[in-house]
Design a protein around this ligand. Structure first.
Ligand SMILES: [Mg+2]
Length: 374
């Protein structure tokens, strides 16, 4: 470790990175599609009176935020803060489709895209499809295209690394465009409250404060060894980040094309009740894997192997994405009812979901899947 620390720090400013973050995404989509909602505090969650207070806020529009409502808050709490707020259940199918439309706009400029969540992505435009030297111009074009074609707004951050680009997109919201040039990076970072540093979580903030670190400037003053001893890897990384150094590449996610589970039975299944129970179990396991990769898909494949080892595979493509065990079981069971063949005994069953697309939610706790806070 010591020898590594002796190397002088190098700031790579050769890349051009844009971070795009949609403004109050789900709420803006609903306002766009239901103009009567505009101007009212709007909370995307089921009304707590319909759920016994269980729901979670996925997005609040800017009017609702004035009352202190924010995403991941319980819908009950949101209701207490603002009883007159309009609660609207989210339509994730729709948001996911719009997310794909946004992705298609990005692809006009670059294929080096790293989606962070349904409404957020990094783009590397160092080399780009319109042969522009200006990342600022591309960011503006993307904002314009999204507004012009989808009637939605986003905020953009432009810089030479992902860390700065993300901070920049968050700097002015909504409809912001913030550029952090290499020469301005340290000034920009020193002025930021430590809470704003991406990667400094809620648990770390009090520890930072104990050490007298309230801003980037305070962090900058700290000795590297002290930060490492106090925060480990994060300390190492923060020492660099506050100096504008962050070399993580924009990762083009190689899409996993399918998620499937199958099971071979030592004793062949011979009753409908057994098959139903097994399909339910497989659907549950597929759901768990989908949750893990944060994806949903449109094509369900059922595989059945009989006692004589003949194997039948049938697929059904749906008009809409599915991801839950209930949907998976329902679809697999429909296919099963078409093929049947219990009299031969079933040696293997498998359910696979293909035609997958990302369904990642950062900073958003969905009632369906609770994602760990980073
Ligand atoms: Mg957003």
């Amino acid at each position: 470790m010591i020898s590594e620390l002796r190397f002088p720090l190098r700031k790579d400013t050769s890349r051009k990175i844009i971070h795009i973050d949609m403004d109050a995404f789900f709420a803006s989509v609903e306002e766009r599609d239901h103009p009567e909602l505009v101007g009212h505090p709007l909370v995307i969650a089921r009304h707590p009176s319909d759920t016994g207070g269980k729901g979670v806020v996925t997005t609040a529009n800017y009017e609702a935020r004035k009352f202190g409502i924010h995403s991941a808050m319980s819908a009950q709490k949101a209701f207490e803060l603002c009883p007159q707020a309009i609660f609207k259940a989210g339509n994730h199918q729709k948001y996911s489709e719009i997310s794909q439309q946004i992705r298609a706009i990005f692809r006009r400029y670059t294929d080096v895209i790293e989606p962070v969540s349904i409404d957020e992505a990094y783009l590397d435009v160092t080399v780009n499809k319109i042969n522009s030297k200006s990342a600022i111009k591309i960011a503006k074009m993307i904002q314009f295209d999204i507004w012009n074609e989808l009637h939605l707004t986003c905020s953009a951050g432009v810089s030479y690394n992902k860390f700065l680009a993300k901070l920049a997109s968050d700097f002015q919201k909504p409809k912001g465009l913030t550029v952090v040039l290499p020469d301005d990076a340290e000034t920009f970072l020193k002025a930021l409250p430590i809470e704003k540093f991406h990667g400094v979580g809620k648990k770390t903030v009090p520890k930072m404060h104990e050490l007298g670190i309230f801003t980037g400037a305070d962090l900058y003053e700290k000795d590297e060894m002290e930060l490492i001893s106090k925060f480990g890897k994060m300390g190492y990384s923060l020492y660099r980040k506050v100096r504008g150094i962050h070399d993580s590449p924009v990762n083009v996610t190689r899409d996993r094309k399918s998620v499937g589970k199958e099971h071979t039975y030592g004793t062949p299944l011979t009753t409908q009740a057994q098959v139903t129970a097994q399909l339910r179990q497989l659907a549950e396991r597929v759901e768990a894997s989908l949750e893990h990769v944060q994806k949903h898909g449109k094509t369900v494949v059922l595989k059945v192997r009989y006692s004589d080892y003949t194997t039948v595979t049938r697929r059904q493509t749906l008009p809409e994405y599915i991801s839950t065990k209930e949907e998976l079981f329902y679809q697999a069971n429909l296919i099963w009812e078409e093929i049947l063949g219990l009299e031969q005994g079933i040696r293997l069953l498998g359910i696979t979901l293909t035609n997958l697309d990302p369904m990642a939610y950062e900073n958003i706790v969905l009632p369906l899947w609770e994602k760990k806070e980073e």
